[in-house]
Design a protein around this ligand. Structure first.
Ligand SMILES: [Fe+2]
Length: 188
């Protein structure tokens, strides 16, 4: 099983840009909350979340094509590599999310982007951000326009959860780490 320590070391060997490191951490903490919801191991899911964009900075045009071999060679278990590949389902890979960990990663990768953008513009940041505010911004297609709403809804459907529930879980996972995530808000 991939550990957080291994994931951080491997990710740190490839990812240097601050915004990408923050994205990885947001996804990681959201994954921890989803794991707790499903009664799974939060550290394991967080580790997979942290490592999910391993090759993106170096190969933005060939995302997830430089992931499988190096990670397997580094000793990352096959199921964890598969989970990482499945978050690109339909756009970078044809690996369909099957497990709850895979479905969660697929969904929170995009959803945490909207949450991050919401939190950043508020005085109190993520500290008092509620799911209903995120859902309002979710409907505004011009807000954080790069975050793929259809993909997120497809992910929720795969998970069998409402968008509101997944949003609440992400907030729960991310909120305790507001400072590390730069989400204390404009008055933070
Ligand atoms: Fe990502």
């Amino acid at each position: 099983m991939l550990t957080l320590e291994q994931a951080a070391a491997l990710n740190g060997s490839m990812v240097t840009q601050e915004n990408l490191l923050l994205h990885a951490k947001n996804v990681s903490y959201a994954m921890g909350a989803l794991a707790r919801h499903f009664g799974e191991d939060p550290e394991h899911w967080q580790a997979v979340g942290l490592l999910h964009d391993y090759d993106y900075e170096k190969y933005p045009e060939e995302h997830l094509q430089h992931t499988k071999e190096p990670l397997l060679a580094a000793g990352v278990p096959e199921e964890d590599v598969r989970a990482i590949l499945s978050h690109g389902w339909g756009h970078c890979t044809d690996v369909k999310p099957e497990t709850n960990m895979e479905k969660s990663l697929y969904t929170v990768d995009e959803l945490t982007g909207i949450i991050q953008a919401c939190a950043r513009m508020r005085p109190q940041g993520i500290r008092d951000l509620e799911a209903k505010s995120v859902l309002k911004k979710f409907k505004d297609k011009k807000f954080a326009a790069k975050c793929d709403r259809e993909l997120i809804l497809r992910g929720c459907e795969l998970l069998g959860l409402e968008l509101r529930e997944v949003t609440e879980l992400c907030l729960e996972g991310m909120r305790p780490h507001a400072e590390e995530l730069g989400l204390l808000g404009t008055e933070g």
